[in-house]
Design a protein around this ligand. Sequence first.
Ligand code: NAD
Length: 299
Amino acid sequence: MSAPQTIAFIGLGNMGGPMAANLVRAGFSVRGFDLNPASLEAAGAEGVAVAGSVLEAAEGAHAVVTMLPAGRPVVEVWSQLAEAVPAGTLLIDSSTIDVESARAAHALADARGCPAIDAPVSGGTGGAKAGTLTFMAGGSDGAFAAAEPILRRMGKSVFHCGAAGAGQAAKICNNMILGISMIGVCEAFALAEKLGLPQQALFDVASVSSGQCWSLTTYCPVPGPVPASPANAGYKPGFAAGLMLKDLRLAQAAAKSAGASTPLGAEAERLYAAFDAGGQGARDFSAIIHMLRGRSEEP
Ligand code: NAD
């Protein structure tokens, strides 16, 4: 029997920790590194071999996955990798970062002769634990083909969206739709309340009419109509408003550099920035309904 393939996993936080654990369960030998000792310890308990640095984790690995908070640490870690790993080592970044940093990371990998993809995810910490994430990937056909079997052990749906940076582009476009649609659904409930229309009546009509969308039927921002939505659990995330703000900022930065007109995306960013500045960034992003009603909390 051949030895299991070794994967290095850098960034073992809320998402990376359970993703690395799923690779262990799938039979890979996983070596992990994180700046935070508590994250390293938790990953160790899931069978990840704990390394003392990025390069120690990457030594002898056939692939390296990064799952980091922002573009700068991704470029820093990939710079280290691009000076040390053998040509041919597969590099995968699953963080949500700006398109420019993603392309800079690809350029570092290209210069080293390493196939690379940006492969951000949708599905949150629940999807990371359950192995049901959606991956959206950017990079060459060859790099995608090499990465797909690894991604399929951490996710349910895997899409090749195009060349370098296309995965990040898909991610921020999707989340811009989500931010805008959540605000629209919240405004509709706030208006219905003023008009004396019961919440359930609005839900029953809109969920089978042209107002139907994920923010309404899966993630309804008022308690009641969708029992599993965060509104029924005190707006505990779920998907924190601070993370939505990060993604809306990435969308606006991309729109600015590409010269795209996104007025509703810009307004969604402004509203989530105000919500975050009011100390609400750790609540679920659907809790913005309170601010849109003109109140900070439920009555
Ligand atoms: P997190 O903060 O829990 O984890 C990030 C980890 O990276 C931390 O443990 C941190 O110590 C580590 N880290 C930072 N710099 C490092 C470095 N230079 N070397 C090694 N480790 C380093 O964040 P998360 O929730 O796991 O999110 C990770 C990425 O996934 C982000 O880009 C986020 O936007 C994206 N994402 C998150 C969710 C979600 O619901 N949490 C959903 C989709 C996408």
